[in-house]
Ligand binder design. Structure first.
Ligand code: FAD
Length: 394
């Protein structure tokens, strides 16, 4: 039975797990990465039409580990302004670069561009990539963890001082370790589409709140926009049965009027059920959860991956100073640093979604007062500071 000993073994090569691999590549640690999707090693990351709003704090972290320039070349679009509105109600909040003295509030990056940049960097490093590989079982031994992995050559046994589960929101690793979660599903569905608009977007992102849920319009290259359109679950069958021109007409009713006519890039609409989930603990002996495996949020504020990257930044910093990467102190410090920041964002996005996605009179009153307060510079700057992830940037 062949068994290699790693310092850190990462399960899951999505945007968060792959970022951790890149963050650790120039350390003295022996790192392995396990990912089941064989196409990732061939540079094929699919095109699910999804793009993510990347906060400035995340951009700064990717810059610090030398992967951001590849994303910029691949097609990252800066956001110069974010416009927030309660449907068509005239009280707009404008978040501008000038408010924070920065060149961009963040960037919109297609997920496949992010993955390509990270996997290219991993390919040029000394990290062991086990792909395709799927973890089948985990055995905790006294001073290390042994992992049974199914590869295209059969079963392999890998040993590690620290096992990191970055295997997404349905994390099999989290279940195997018996870690309980708190969660809430919404009576909503997020429809994701790419559209071309008649008028240029001028690098403005829009968050328009409707009673069925928010509509996010995110600027992308070649004057296209990624749309995340949240609707009530009951509305989905009717919307999916429509032809493209009818869907475009539905979108135009809700779209920012200054963008003019809307044309879908593809007739196929993808949809996701949003939910928040938070693991009650992020750690077990020589084991920890990272990214969506530990927490998910409603996509209303585009924060899920940004939180995962903050997990990565914290863990890399702790591991750089650790003698034993799987020591209890490492796990405890990681949990302490990350738990409350993640929980805070989960609660903020959940409250915002509940406050805006209804027609109750007092909710409407409170949200309009809230939007007015956000027109006052100091309040706006505090919100922007946290949403841009600058409070975690060291
Ligand atoms: C509609 C929508 C819009 C969003 N918009 C934004 C946004 O604008 N900004 C933002 O910050 N976030 C956004 N998010 C959230 C963001 O997409 C996620 O937080 C992010 O993708 C999580 O990355 P991850 O690497 O943790 O998990 P995943 O992307 O799920 O990756 C998990 C990886 O683990 C692998 N894996 C699974 N099982 C195993 C196994 N047994 N062994 C080995 N590997 C395994 C999978 O193949 C996969 O590659 C959005 C989410 C949705 C649904």
């Amino acid at each position: 039975m062949l068994s290699i000993m790693y310092d850190v073994l990462i399960v899951g090569g999505g945007m968060v797990g792959a970022s951790l691999a890149c963050g650790l590549r120039n350390t003295k640690l022996k790192v392995g990465l396990i990912e089941p999707k064989a196409n990732y090693t061939q540079g094929d990351f699919g095109d699910d039409g999804r793009a993510s709003a990347v906060a400035l704090g995340s951009v700064m972290y990717w810059q610090s580990i030398g992967v951001w320039s590849k994303m910029l070349q691949g097609g990252a679009t800066p956001m110069h302004r974010i416009q927030i509105s309660d449907g068509d109600y005239p009280g707009l909040v404008q978040l501008r670069c000038q408010d924070m003295g920065v060149e961009a509030l963040g960037y919109i990056v297609p997920n496949q561009v992010t993955l390509a940049a990270l996997w290219q960097t991993i390919g040029a490093s000394a990290i062991d990539v086990i792909c395709p590989g799927r973890v089948m079982a985990v055995h905790h031994l006294e001073t290390f963890v042994q992992v049974e992995v199914l590869t295209d050559r059969g079963i392999s046994y890998l040993s590690t001082k620290l096992l990191v589960a970055a295997d997404g929101s349905r994390s099999g690793m989290r279940e195997q370790e018996g870690i309980l979660t708190d969660r809430r599903s919404y009576d909503q569905t997020c429809i994701v589409a790419t559209v071309k608009t008649k008028m240029p977007h001028h690098n403005v992102a829009y968050e328009r709140f409707y009673t069925s849920g928010p509509l996010a319009i995110l600027p992308m290259s070649s004057d296209r926009c990624c749309v995340v359109w949240t609707v009530k679950q009951g509305e989905l069958p009717r919307l999916l049965s429509l032809e493209s021109p009818q869907i475009e007409a539905e979108l135009e009713q809700r779209f920012a009027p200054e963008l003019g006519e809307v044309k879908l890039e593809s007739a196929q609409l993808r949809h996701y059920v949003p939910q928040w989930m938070h693991a009650r603990t992020y750690t077990k002996p020589r084991f920890l959860l990272l990214g969506d495996a530990a927490h998910t949020t409603h996509p209303i504020a585009g924060q899920g991956m940004n939180l995962g990257l903050r997990d990565v930044a914290s863990l890399v910093r702790i591991l750089r100073q650790a003698q034993d990467p799987g020591h209890d102190r490492v796990l405890q410090q990681y949990q302490t640093e990350r738990y409350w920041d993640n929980l805070g964002m989960i609660l903020l996005t959940d409250t915002t979604n509940r406050l805006f996605s209804n027609q109750i009179g007092w909710c409407q009153f409170i949200r309009r007062i809230g939007l007015r307060l956000l027109q006052v510079r100091p309040f706006k700057q505090v919100l922007m500071y946290f949403m841009m992830g600058l409070h975690c940037h060291r």
